[in-house]
Design a protein around this ligand. Structure first.
Ligand code: ADP
Ligand code: MG
Length: 727
């Protein structure tokens, strides 16, 4: 009898919603309570310091050193007033998630006691001995020092009793060892380049900001069931498990009513998020059973990304209070939808104009088309890189694997925009914008048509959705900085080239609007291959995409090569986002992470197959054999043969499955042994992809067959129907 499994199921079924401590005040009273935001700065900092800090933040300048002590002092007083005892620099290493090293505020007071202190130096810079963070060889252990430095554009916050200071993490020689540093560089690049182009339309523009609204998908699993599944607990996904007879076929989960246990969790999470100044707004069920989504109001990219990383860790914490485990893995369960993190992305000027939003005047619409065309050109030129920016061992189960969608980047625009782009290409749009009124088929027509732009192609990885692009290929567990730094850098580079072209034309005496429209036309023409409004999940698209020259590589270790292509290196160099040394080092880390993820999964799978599944299957097989033996003893031979036929067939089939499982596990272990000897990270990752992974698929296939045969009573692991449907 599989007691652990049934005990877990029983526990899970018996659980009720955990009551939530709901604050008496409305959200506006506690929103941002744990954040050192402007209002707190105003309260706790001397006037002069406050003004200098706000000026530095708003104008993207560094904080003058002489004010650091004063800022630190105010921040410490605020933190202590709010129960903080420790502080930490909070940074984003190249592994997933965030890292922190806590120090308390105490210092000797010289009289045998202590005093709580926090100086400007502690605020601005910390030196975590971070030699154990992946650096791709940038820091050898003998010069293991790196340092973290305060990012003033993202406010400090308190979690529990720790003051967290968002920081970048770099080596002593200045190379980035994190995600935030290159993200900030990319945002700076897109600000500069975007401003250059936006000024053709409004010379008063000072800045262009990039915005991000992420949609975080996740699964919830009861914690007892989670712990009864070693594969879930150790790898974040189920490495085996036959599909449940019912899963998402009835399409009854999406936007369905939220179960009370889950609703309590969501409410608790929202309250925590709001206290941390994270503007979460939307919550709903997702397509798969037990799958949900959470989305905030969009914010500036760097802040939005910090908030996403923060909420991923808060979710885990809050989940525990409700006896749930939050699964952020991209594919915890085969056969049902995986989890992504749609990145809704846009650019806007400091004058409040959203640049992917069609406007009311012809000028605004030309600006809209200019920015859209530049995005299309950038994504086209760098489609392999953009894909690499979302590729990972875990996301590979969503993209490019057996289940759709394929790992190909294309852009969906919808019919209206598509018609306009075609119109421009075919010369149906009047080029003479400057001095003509009353154009009938022209860019001035866009606002009316765009208003009811409701067609939404869910099969596109990168879709225009009215006032923004929705980059949907990002994985649920990833750091959005990865996609955002690649996309914003590529777009920045493209915008700079565009601005150069326009300036050249202007100096040749060309009229501005005419110059812009003909450059836009050129871009639309050149990037036509990236534009695809059809079914991105179809097999025809794979062929078509290949013939269009789009990158169709599906092997993740090879997809990473795109970071090191000449065009990527040059683009990152021109925009100042990543140097060749950084790119090479980061790829080492990516390959290494890829290998490690699969290595762990392969070990867990081998262990479960041999120590859990085979013994149980053997036990059931001998139960059947026992039955056959008894039949043969009790019945005359001719009858016994018929009566035991089915059992004999099952016994033989099971023997076959078990044989293959054992062979495959042995072969997988051999493949790992050979791969582990390889020192070059790329080659090792390739071997894990080519030689280890295929065994895992086979092992799973045969285990899932056994699951259908073995007596339910003795099957050791909670089944999909139990994991996915129990509240
Ligand atoms: P859907 O599920 O229909 O795609 P959601 O409401 O779940 O939409 O999420 C949409 C996300 O897009 C939200 O985070 C929202 O704030 C964000 N968003 C809306 N407009 C913009 C914009 N201009 N730039 C960036 N993000 C945006
Ligand atoms: Mg969306």
């Amino acid at each position: 009898m599989s007691t652990l499994r049934f005990k877990a199921v029983e526990e899970a079924m018996g659980r009720k919603a955990v009551p939530v401590e709901i604050p008496e005040e409305r959200p506006e009273a506690y929103y941002g309570k744990q954040v050192f935001n402007r209002q707190k700065m105003f309260e706790y900092l001397p006037m002069e310091t406050f003004n200098v800090l706000v000026d530095a933040i708003d104008n993207r300048k560094p904080l003058p050193r002489e004010y650091a002590n004063s800022v630190a002092d105010g921040m410490r007083r605020w933190a202590i007033d709010n129960g903080a005892r420790h502080y930490t620099h909070w940074f984003q290493p190249l592994t997933d998630g965030t890292a922190e090293k806590h120090d308390s505020f105490i210092e000797h007071n010289g009289k045998g006691g202590v005093v709580e202190k926090f100086t400007g130096k502690m605020l601005v810079q910390q030196e975590p001995d971070a030699s154990s963070f992946p650096s791709g060889g940038i820091r050898n252990t003998f010069e293991a020092r790196g340092y973290s430095a305060w990012d003033i554009s993202s406010p400090a916050f308190i979690i529990g009793e720790t003051l967290c200071i968002p920081t970048i993490f770099i080596s002593y020689t200045g190379e980035s060892l994190d995600y935030k540093t290159p993200l900030l560089r990319a945002l700076n690049a897109v600000d500069k380049a975007g401003t250059r182009v936006a000024r053709f339309f409004d010379p008063e523009v000072k800045h262009v900001d990039a915005y991000l609204g992420w949609e975080q998908e996740y699964f919830l699993v009861d914690e007892s069931l989670y712990f009864a599944r070693p594969d879930l607990a150790l790898t974040g996904r189920t490495l085996m498990g036959h599909e449940s007879a019912k899963n998402q076929q009835l399409e009854d989960h999406y936007f369905g009513s939220i179960p009370s246990r889950v609703e309590a969790f969501m409410l608790d999470l929202e309250i925590e998020a709001h206290k941390l100044g994270i503007p979460v707004k939307t919550r709903h069920n997702e397509v798969a059973p037990n799958q949900f989504e959470l989305a905030p109001i969009f914010e500036e990219v760097n802040l939005a990304n910090d908030h996403n990383l923060l909420i991923m860790s808060v979710m885990r914490e809050v989940g525990r209070r409700h006896n749930f485990r939050v699964l952020l893995h991209e594919k915890p369960f085969a056969g049902v939808n995986g989890s992504g993190k749609h990145n809704n992305w846009s650019l806007g000027t400091d004058k409040g104009v959203l640049l992917f939003s069609p406007g009311k005047t012809r000028k605004e619409n030309l600006q809209f088309l200019t920015f859209v065309a530049n995005v299309m050109a950038a994504v086209h030129k760098h489609n392999a890189l953009i894909k690499a920016s979302i590729a990972s061992a875990t996301n590979a189960h969503r993209l490019g694997a057996n289940e759709a969608p394929p790992a190909i980047i294309s852009i969906f625009t919808g019919k209206q925009l598509s018609d306009i782009l075609d119109g421009i290409l075919n010369g149906n749009v009047d080029l003479d914008l400057a001095d003509k009124e009353g154009i009938t088929i022209g860019v001035n027509q866009i606002p009316e048509i765009m208003m009811d732009s409701t067609d939404r192609n869910r099969t596109s990885p990168f879709a225009f959705v009215g006032n923004r692009f929705e980059f949907r290929a990002m994985g649920s567990s990833a750091n959005c900085a990865s996609s955002m730094l690649a996309l914003n850098a590529a777009v920045a580079d493209q915008l700079n080239q565009f601005a150069d072209e326009i300036e050249k034309r202007l100096s040749n005496g060309e009229e501005l609007n005419k110059a812009i429209l003909s450059e836009v036309k050129k871009l639309i023409k050149e990037s036509k291959a990236i534009h695809f409004d059809g079914n991105g999940y179809s097999d025809e698209w794979k062929e078509e995409a290949a013939s269009r020259g789009l990158d169709c590589e599906t092997s993740v270790p090879k997809i990473y090569d795109a970071y090191l292509s000449e065009s990527s290196k040059e683009m990152f160099h021109r925009t100042g986002v990543l140097s060749d040394v950084e790119l090479e080092a980061r790829n080492e880390v990516k390959w290494e992470m890829y290998t490690k993820k699969i290595q762990i999964e392969a070990r867990v799978l081998g262990d479960l197959a041999i120590n859990h599944i085979i013994p149980v299957a053997t036990r059931y097989q001998s139960m059947l054999l026992d039955n056959v033996k008894k039949i043969r003893e009790l019945f005359p031979e001719y009858e016994a043969k018929t009566l035991s036929e089915d059992d004999m067939a099952t016994i033989a089939k099971m023997a076959e499955h078990m044989k293959v499982i054992k062979q495959e596990v042995a072969a997988m272990i051999d493949a790992r042994r050979i791969a582990n000897k390889v020192t070059e990270e790329r080659k090792k990752a390739l071997m894990y992809h080519d030689e280890v992974l295929p065994h895992m698929d086979k092992i799973r296939y045969h285990i899932d067959k056994l699951e259908l045969m073995v007596d339910n009573e003795i099957w050791p692991l909670p089944k999909y129907r139990e994991l996915l449907f129990i509240r």
